[in-house]
Design a protein around this ligand. Structure first.
Ligand code: RRO
Length: 311
């Protein structure tokens, strides 16, 4: 069975990856991602310098998913760039995704310049949708600002790049964002980041479960799958064919992976369930995806990718 997937000029053995932020913040976890059978991996969104992030508790697991308000804890951009260059040099022909999330446009441009001037051959992911830094709204909900960030980026940036988007909930917003994204030579868009600023509460204690922001945090897992699939489908049907879609949201089993692919995703990322289960999940998901494909008589992803039917 052929699970080959492509983004830009790169080919991956299968479409599975971690979602940025999960199992990718330090060398130990990144090494586990490299060892796993996932098709690729993405690093934790980086800022120019080390960040402690928000106070704990800042992550909480519930049966239907997770809520987080991590606040961009990371080892600093240089660590993730160096790790990625070492990975590509030690694994010829393989590349990873390098995620950045500057606090300001200037910070993003500073990191993009460093990537442009480096030996990095992989794909950059510009995170426009972190919901958890107090006082910093998600850029992806500000259409003009998004256009400005992309305009400034493409004035000099020459390497493959995609954007991580927040979920949208209105057809007018799908239309407007897609028409902006179509003006730029992006390689992909990644739908979706967590559903921002949800609230999970402990009924016995009558209190919130996270310390930052009075308990408000990004929701992931089964709660968000229909929203994730809608965003993948909406952008797949609106974007230029040169812009791929990466699907992220609510993947717990092989059927969920199949659904993202059916909506048009090229790669499928795993966040909440990877955090709960560890990198052993990739072997299970590959087995389950092959079982679904087998039942349906499909031999390669291209047999069904994007071919969701309307009624
Ligand atoms: O670090 C975080 O709080 C975080 C980020 Br940058 C993001 O993009 N999405 C998320 O759910 N958490």
């Amino acid at each position: 069975m052929n699970l080959t997937s492509r983004i830009a000029t790169y080919e991956f053995e299968n479409p599975l990856m971690n979602a940025s932020g999960v199992w990718c913040d330090d060398a130990e976890k990144l090494n586990e991602m490299v060892q796993s059978p996932s098709g690729s991996f993405v690093t934790k969104s980086a800022t120019p310098n080390f960040r402690e992030g928000n106070p704990s508790p800042r992550y909480f697991e519930v049966p239907l998913g997770t809520i987080n308000s991590m606040g961009l804890p990371n080892l600093g951009f240089d660590f993730y760039l160096d790790y990625s260059i070492r990975f590509q040099n030690e694994n010829p022909g393989q590349v990873n995704f390098l995620s950045i999330a500057g606090m300001t446009l200037e910070e993003n441009l500073e990191m993009l310049h460093k990537i442009n001037d480096s030996e990095f051959k992989g794909i950059t992911e510009l995170n426009l949708s972190c919901p958890n830094v107090p006082g910093k709204p998600q850029v992806g909900y500000d259409f003009e600002r998004t256009k400005e960030v992309l305009t400034k980026t493409f004035e000099f940036f020459k390497k493959p790049i995609g954007v991580k988007l927040p979920p949208y909930f209105d057809i007018a917003h799908f239309d407007e964002m897609a028409s902006i994204l179509n003006q730029f030579p992006l390689q992909y868009v990644n739908c979706i980041n967590s559903v921002g600023n949800g609230l999970y509460i402990d009924i016995d204690k009558e209190e919130v479960v996270l310390k930052p922001k009075d308990g408000f945090g990004g929701i992931g897992g089964a709660y968000v799958k229909p929203t994730a699939l809608a965003n993948v489908r909406a952008f797949y049907t609106r974007l230029n064919k040169s812009i791929s879609v990466i699907g992220c949201g609510g993947v717990e089993n092989g059927r969920d992976v199949f659904e993202h692919l059916l909506c048009g995703a090229q790669m499928v990322q795993v966040g909440s369930q990877l955090a709960k289960e560890g990198t052993g999940i990739f072997e299970r998901l590959l087995k389950e995806l092959k079982e679904v494909m087998n039942e349906k008589g499909y031999e390669s992803i291209e047999d069904f990718r994007g071919k969701l039917k309307s009624i």
